[in-house]
Ligand binder design. Structure first.
Ligand SMILES: *[C@@H]1O[C@H](CO)[C@@H](O)[C@H](O)[C@H]1NC(C)=O
Ligand SMILES: *[C@@H]1O[C@H](CO)[C@@H](O)[C@H](O)[C@H]1NC(C)=O
Ligand SMILES: *[C@@H]1O[C@H](CO)[C@@H](O)[C@H](O)[C@H]1NC(C)=O
Ligand SMILES: *[C@@H]1O[C@H](CO)[C@@H](O)[C@H](O)[C@H]1NC(C)=O
Ligand SMILES: *[C@@H]1O[C@H](CO)[C@@H](O)[C@H](O)[C@H]1NC(C)=O
Ligand SMILES: *[C@@H]1O[C@H](CO)[C@@H](O)[C@H](O)[C@H]1NC(C)=O
Ligand SMILES: *[C@@H]1O[C@H](CO)[C@@H](O)[C@H](O)[C@H]1NC(C)=O
Ligand SMILES: *[C@@H]1O[C@H](CO)[C@@H](O)[C@H](O)[C@H]1NC(C)=O
Ligand SMILES: *[C@@H]1O[C@H](CO)[C@@H](O)[C@H](O)[C@H]1NC(C)=O
Length: 469
């Protein structure tokens, strides 16, 4: 055992270092932000004729418009022709969208008495429902239509009509007046500045109230000839997109009241809304109590969706070879964006306390091992303590013939390599002759000792064998 044994145990205990070093290093996430410049190609307008063409007031929709519409419905990722952004880039870019041209709106006040009166009217229509023997009045109405270019107005126009009903709980004696508001707004194609989020080449348009600021309206319907006979084709730019969007947003839902209601019965929700219940449910506030009807205005969502459709159309048409002829003169698809790039990276973090523990253990082990080498310089040229070197140094009989000056490797190769040696009982010739007390030699017993010798002269010891000492 002694000191070397103790040093060995200390070195074996170094295995504790592993867990300590593991705890000393953890993986962490750091986020860094810097300003970068990105080159982008994006058509700033939806090109003329993107939607197809109209003839006899019928739109023959282009495959491009269908593809953009289906991608929008499927929430397909939008890939820009942009220098890829590492991490996340936030940038402003100019793309196609719509600008509000003008709006008109009409408001009908609804008193508490109206809520109980089947003869009350608000909105633009009132209909008798013979199936339920009830009167219907509008609750939510949404229609996204379009106006084809018309003299003297050259541009295409998307026409959005929105009507929403609002009243509080009619069972509350002090219920304030409610309203039905119907507005009609006209939107024309335009160039908008979007706040974009770019990851790689994929872009998203975050929805926020200030999204899509109008820079200028597009005049890309200028190539239309306004006085063509109805059977001649007219290129159509954005109507296919608003017509498609209307399929998702169109609502005509009503409240109804029995024609001869029992006392105290008020207009109620149509239990079977005539159209697009999903869109109604999205804007109906189900948290209201009693007979209160609160609806939120879908205008922002519809305009946002129309802008996204137009943006997708711009992305798709950016690589059209004849694009320059189909958008307003002087516009370029090349844009340089100043982007704020956020990169999230994994980094290693060191906890120096655990590391110090591991380091101290290692230093202790080194301190135990170092003394073992004390005085190695006195060995002079003998730097190896291999069995061969030791055997040579002690002048072993087996190696008597070998040329020790050759070095171990050469010796094994040239002379001794093929010698088979074995550990076992070796005849001890020094004991073969006994010496009598008078000094004469006589035959003694064959004696053996344990040792290494050429294998043919080594015997395997067997039970009962004696070894004299
Ligand atoms: C990036 O640029 C904006 C102004 O353009 C500046 O306010 C901001 O500090 C810059 N950010 C970095 C990380 O340099
Ligand atoms: C629509 O346009 C396509 C391709 O231009 C044409 O093949 C098709 O006949 C047109 N459809 C109608 C109804 O005009
Ligand atoms: C993104 O990383 C690549 C390679 O690391 C580099 O060539 C490229 O310029 C980087 N792009 C930006 C916008 O930093
Ligand atoms: C709004 O614009 C539409 C289409 O351009 C037009 O028909 C309408 O008369 C305008 N309304 C007002 C109040 O200007
Ligand atoms: C409520 O509506 C009724 C009739 O519609 C009207 O006479 C009354 O002034 C309204 N009340 C308020 C506070 O506007
Ligand atoms: C509604 O009007 C009709 C005809 O004007 C009348 O007969 C009926 O009594 C009215 N109903 C109520 C509840 O006032
Ligand atoms: C469209 O025409 C209007 C008025 O003529 C002009 O102010 C606007 O800059 C034009 N838009 C484009 C994109 O050229
Ligand atoms: C909405 O539906 C009602 C029937 O429920 C109908 O009478 C009315 O004309 C429709 N409104 C519009 C603008 O189509
Ligand atoms: C535009 O790009 C799309 C796919 O990115 C490709 O299918 C189409 O052929 C390209 N068109 C032109 C004119 O390069």
């Amino acid at each position: 055992m002694g000191f070397p044994g103790f040093a060995t145990i200390v070195v074996a205990l170094m295995i504790i270092d592993g867990p300590l070093l593991q705890r000393a290093t953890t993986v962490d996430v750091v986020t860094s932000t810097k300003n970068v410049t990105l080159a982008l190609n994006l058509s700033p307008e939806v090109p003329n004729g993107f939607s197809g063409y109209g003839q006899y007031h019928t739109l023959n929709t282009s495959s491009s418009a269908i593809s953009v519409s289906v991608d929008w419905k499927n929430r397909a990722p939008i890939h820009l022709d942009i220098q890829p952004c590492n991490g996340t880039c936030i940038a402003k870019a100019i793309g196609p969208g719509v600008a509000l041209s003008n709006c008109s709106s009409q408001t009908w006040e609804i008193s508490r008495a109206d809520v109980y009166d089947p003869n009350a009217t608000w909105g633009l229509w009132r209909a008798y429902d013979s199936l339920h023997d009830a009167w219907r009045l509008p609750m939510m109405y949404t229609l996204l239509g379009y106006l084809a270019p018309n003299s003297p107005r050259r541009s295409e126009v998307a026409k959005l009509q929105v009507g929403v009903l609002h009243w509080d709980d009619p069972e509350d004696e002090n219920m304030p007046n409610g309203t039905y508001v119907e507005s009609t707004c006209y939107y024309v194609p335009a160039m908008l500045e979007y706040d974009l989020v770019v990851r790689g080449t994929e872009v998203t348009i975050p929805d926020h109230p200030d999204q899509g600021r109008v820079l200028q309206t597009a005049n890309n319907s200028l190539s239309f000839s306004l006085d063509v006979p109805p059977d001649q084709v007219q290129p159509n730019t954005m109507d296919a997109l608003s017509l498609y969007l209307n399929l998702f947003v169109n609502v005509n839902s009503s409240v109804l009241s029995a024609a001869n209601p029992p006392p105290g019965q008020f207009w109620g929700l149509d239990p079977f809304p005539s159209s697009n219940s999903a869109q109604l449910a999205k804007y109906f506030d189900y948290t209201q109590v009693g007979g209160a009807i609160h609806l939120t205005d879908p205008t922002h969502d519809i305009v946002f969706a129309l802008n996204e459709l137009m943006f997708r159309a711009g992305v798709m048409s950016t690589n059209w070879t004849n694009l320059a002829d189909l958008i307003d003169p002087g516009l370029s698809i090349k844009q340089t964006l100043q982007a704020e790039q956020t990169v999230t990276e994994n980094v290693y973090r060191s906890d120096l306390r655990w590391f110090a523990g591991a380091a101290i253990l290692e230093i202790i082990a080194v301190l135990f091992v170092l003394p073992l080498f004390w005085g190695w310089w006195t060995l002079d040229k003998v730097t190896l303590l291999s069995p061969f070197e030791v055997a040579l140094a002690f002048d072993a009989p087996l190696l008597k013939e070998a040329n020790s000056a050759q070095g171990v490797a050469a010796m094994v190769e040239s002379e001794m390599g093929s010698t088979q040696v074995k550990w076992g009982a070796v005849p001890d010739r020094s004991n073969f002759y006994d010496t009598d007390s008078d000094g004469t030699q006589r035959n003694g017993n064959a004696a053996y000792r344990l040792g290494i010798a050429e294998s043919q002269s080594v015997m395997t010891p067997h039970k009962g064998m004696r070894f004299d000492v």
